[in-house]
Design a protein around this ligand. Structure first.
Ligand code: AMP
Length: 287
């Protein structure tokens, strides 16, 4: 496995694979890898001849009072996981390799980024779109893999790739969970034992919502309320948002039957102590 911190070296290696006619899959991450990331790498491995993973804690997607400095990092362990899955190249740049002095060009979007996480993290998606665009230029892959765990991010990246005519297929992958239902996340490491238990409020709340929808409820307000009521039973939980949106444009829905492409995203962000966790489910009309 090649490990490179260099934009030039990484781009040349990927181009060489492309010249040979090999298909390249790409998995962007911020490291501190777990089975969620691993599932993306395994999907990429199955569908491509070469797999590139990036490990980069992207400073510009964190707000001023967010956890950039304390975000967990363990490159040795991450590299070992990548190697065990059969990743061919790990791109692990330093911040100044990605953002040279004077950097001032950003990718942004009018739609999709204003709701859900965009409300409490107003510059987050601009940072995500900018770094992902840069990574797509550095790593000209055929396919890139993103988790539904960050459903709004997945929708934003799909839209960005379409709007900017990027020559890459965006593949969404299912949420990987702990045995008790908690969605795996690098940020779960912030939770103490009591908070870890309390964090189950997210998946429990979503399960209540899903039950209602599957029983035929189509009024978004009722689904939202059921999710909120369940989450608020947990004393350590403080809801940032509970939303029901159209997955196609991330706009709030009043009626679940009205989703343009038939996919409804029920998403939550909840503070457990100081840690902000997100989770969601997607309901497809006709299910
Ligand atoms: P991150 O390192 O948190 O930026 O995540 C990198 C990629 O892994 C993103 O596409 C995430 O959506 C995905 N991911 C993170 N956690 C999970 C999970 N529990 N299941 C599936 N994908 C995940």
């Amino acid at each position: 496995m090649i490990i490179s911190g260099s934009v030039k070296e990484t781009r040349e290696q990927v181009k060489e694979w492309k010249r040979k006619g090999l298909r390249v899959g790409f998995v962007p991450t911020m490291g501190y890898l777990h089975e969620g990331h691993q599932s993306l790498m395994e999907a990429a491995k199955k569908e491509n001849d070469r797999v590139v993973a990036s490990i980069f804690v992207n400073p510009i997607q964190f707000g001023p009072n967010e956890d950039f400095a304390s975000y967990p990092r363990d490159f040795e362990k991450d590299a070992a996981l990548c190697e065990s899955v059969g990743v061919d190249l790990v791109f692990h740049p330093k911040a100044d390799e990605m953002y040279k002095e004077g950097f001032c060009t950003y990718v942004d979007m009018d739609g999709l980024t204003k709701e859900l996480c965009g409300k409490s993290r107003p510059t987050h998606f601009r940072g995500v779109q900018t770094v992902v665009s840069k990574l797509f230029h550095i790593i000209p892959a055929d396919r890139a893999y993103f988790g539904q765990k960050d459903a709004q991010q997945l929708a934003v990246i799909k839209k960005m790739a379409r709007d900017l005519s990027m020559d890459i297929e965006i593949v969404g992958c299912p949420i990987i969970r702990e045995a008790d239902g908690l969605a795996k996340s690098s940020r779960n490491t912030y939770l103490n034992a009591e908070e870890r238990q309390a964090a189950l409020a997210l998946s429990r709340g979503l399960a209540e919502g899903r039950k209602l929808v599957e029983a035929g409820e189509r009024e978004a307000a009722k689904v939202k309320r059921a999710i909120e009521v369940e989450i608020e039973k947990e004393k350590l939980a403080k809801v940032d948002y509970v939303e029901v949106v159209d997955f196609a444009d991330i706009m709030p829905l009043a009626d679940l039957s009205a989703a343009k492409e038939g996919e409804v995203l029920c998403a939550v962000a909840v503070y457990i102590g100081k840690t902000r966790l997100i989770d969601n489910f997607i309901w497809k009309a006709g299910q």
